[in-house]
Structures are given as C-alpha cells and as structure tokens.
Design a binder for this molecule. Structure first.
Ligand SMILES: Cc1cc2nc3c(=O)[nH]c(=O)nc-3n(C[C@H](O)[C@H](O)[C@H](O)COP(=O)(O)OP(=O)(O)OC[C@H]3O[C@@H](n4cnc5c(N)ncnc54)[C@H](O)[C@@H]3O)c2cc1C
Length: 303
C-alpha cells in the first residue's frame, strides 16, 4: 500500500477531544445531473469562508455516484475544507470490494469514514446484503477497524427510531454494539423537534454510550420537500413548522426563510444545551448553511 497523498486528515476523535467549542460540519451529496453539479460547485466555493470543522460526502447506491463521492471529496480538499469524511455503505459490495475501498480511502489520506449499512434499493423493503457482503453497519465498523485500526468512524443514530427497528430497546442495544465494535461518534438522522434529540441522548447515556452524538439538522426548503423527507425517514413534522410554511403561501423564498429560521431556533437551543457540534444537511446549497451563522449571531447578541 502506498502512502503518497500529501494530505493526511487528522482523525476527528482528536478534534472532538480537544474542541473548546462545538464543531460544525456540512454534508454534501454527489449530484445526479449537470445542473446539480453546478449548484454543488457554487456551494463549495461559497461556503469555504464559513470554515466548517469538517465536511462529509454521502455514498450513493449506484456505481457512478460512488466514484463521484471520491471526486467530490477531492474537490473539497482542493478548497481546503479541513478533514473530509467520505461515507461508505455495505450496499452492493462484497468483502473484497469493501477491503479494497478501505485501502483506497486510507491511501488517499482520509482517516474518517461515516460507516453505514445503506438503504434497500427502491421498491424493496428489506435489506439484502450483496453476495459475500455485509448485512449491517456494525460489521462494516469491524471490517474497517481490522483493516486500518486508526480510522475514526462515525455511525448513524436515530432519535425517533429507524423505520426497520423491531423495538426501541433492541435498536439501542444494537447502537451500543456499533460503538463497542469501534465507532468513535454518532451523527443523528435529521429531527425537527429538539426534545426527541434530548430524550435520545438520555437513553444513550443510560445504556452506556458515551461517545459524542452530533445532532443532524436539515432546514426545510418548502412544505412539499420537508413532507417528503420526513415521510421517508420517519421524523416528526411539527404542526407549528407546517403552519409557518403554509403561511409562506406560494412564495418559495419566504418558505425557505421560514425553514431556515426554524433550523436557526433549533441550533440556538442545541448550542445553549452544550451539544458537541452541529451537523448540517445543507443539500448542496449555500442558504441552508446560513442557519448556523444566524444562530451564532443570535447567541452573540444575547450573551
Ligand atoms: C448521518 C447519516 C448519514 C447517512 N449517509 C448515507 C449515505 O451516504 N448513503 C446511503 O445510502 N445512506 C445514508 N444514510 C441512510 C442509511 O443508510 C439508512 O438509514 C439505512 O437504512 C440504515 O443505515 P445504518 O447504517 O443506520 O444501518 P444499521 O446500523 O445496519 O441498522 C439498520 C437497521 O437494522 C437494525 N439492526 C441491524 N442489526 C441489528 C441487530 N443485530 N440487532 C437489532 N437491530 C439491528 C437497526 O436497528 C436498524 O433498524 C445516512 C443516514 C444517516 C443518519
């Protein structure tokens, strides 16, 4: 294995341990169209001055978007975004494929991976592992830690429950097994009511999970968009947010502002409660990231 990359990212576990303030991270995704790529590039250029502590790039289910994950990670490097964390899933990969991907990620200087199982393909409800592949994120954590023990691994947590979980207690025990297998921190599925995150933290701590748990937030961009997303991931859609988005009527700009304001309020409250960081699902756009800047301003004004 060669190690010629000029960039070797620090493992994020060191950043969490040394952090004197909450960390900020953005999630980018590989676009499927030319227009999407232009929007991504604009966001990458337009957000670099906001200096997130790290950024992540999701991993698509299909072959072409997989390579795009690494291309976008390289683009973010060129803009000096700090540690770049590719996501990796078990979907469609044999053990040999996963070991080869682990080596590629390591050799490219990445030291942090968001480690996931992935969703079943559209139209299927149950996850079917690839032949000679892995069936869950915990086993991918084990594989990556065996291959390169210094990897720092994030895993997903679900404050309102994962749609496939058979019971909340089994889900919590299983989440703990992901940490016991070597994961260093948890990033949550998006939620729109902070109480669900606070309850989740209490349950995790009581179950002996003591790693940082980063709240994942997504500003609503329109009522239709947030209805679709919450229906897919099972997050509750607060009636008050629905009312605000409805009040925006047919004005997309007003609806987006209402969504960003809601997210800003969530962030202010989370920062006041001492969270280890904020992970923003920014949808490859500049405006959603404003919620964090606005929250910072609110905090400074009320200090
Ligand atoms: C922060 C974040 C980032 C994401 N990034 C991506 C991405 O880049 N690409 C992508 O395709 N998807 C991504 N997803 C979506 C994710 O792939 C789906 O939510 C998927 O359905 C589950 O992935 P997981 O890693 O949580 O799976 P797992 O941790 O394997 O869990 C899947 C389900 O199985 C249950 N389960 C598994 N094993 C056991 C066991 N032994 N006992 C009891 N229950 C068990 C779990 O409780 C859960 O219900 C992301 C999600 C989050 C929250």
């Amino acid at each position: 294995m060669s190690n010629e990359s000029p960039f070797i990212d620090p493992p994020l576990r060191e950043r969490f341990a040394a952090a004197e303030r909450p960390l900020l991270s953005y999630e980018f995704f590989p676009p499927k169209s030319e227009a999407g790529m232009i929007s991504l590039q604009e966001a990458v250029e337009g957000l670099v001055h906001t200096a997130p502590d790290f950024v992540t790039v999701t991993y698509g289910a299909g072959g072409s978007t997989r390579n795009l994950t690494f291309e976008i990670a390289a683009l973010l490097r060129r803009f000096r975004y700090g540690p770049v964390m590719p996501h990796l899933t078990c979907v469609g990969s044999s053990l040999d494929d996963l070991n080869a991907l682990a080596d590629r990620i390591w050799d490219d200087g990445f030291r942090n991976i968001m480690t996931l199982r992935g969703d079943p393909p559209k139209g299927q409800t149950a996850f079917i592992p690839a032949s000679d592949g892995l069936a869950c994120a915990r086993d991918l954590v084990k594989l990556l830690k065996e291959r390169h023990p210094d990897f720092c691994l994030g895993v997903a947590g679900y404050p309102e429950g994962h749609p496939e979980a058979d019971s909340p207690q089994n889900e919590l025990n299983y989440l703990k097994s992901k940490i016991d297998a070597g994961a260093d921190f948890i990033t949550t599925q998006l939620f729109l009511e902070n109480d669900s995150y606070y309850r989740f933290i209490d349950r995790c701590r009581a179950a002996g999970i003591h790693v940082p748990i980063l709240p994942g937030l997504m500003p609503a961009l329109s009522l239709g968009q947030i209805r679709r997303i919450t229906a897919m991931c099972g997050a509750a859609l607060p009636p008050e947010l629905v009312k605000r988005l409805e009040n925006a009527g047919d004005h997309p700009e007003r609806a987006m502002s209402a969504g960003i304001l809601w997210c800003t309020e969530q962030i202010v409250d989370l920062l006041q409660q001492g969270v280890p960081g904020i992970h923003l699902y920014i949808l490859n756009q500049i405006r959603p990231a404003m919620s964090y800047q606005l929250a910072q301003t609110v905090m400074e004004m009320t200090r």
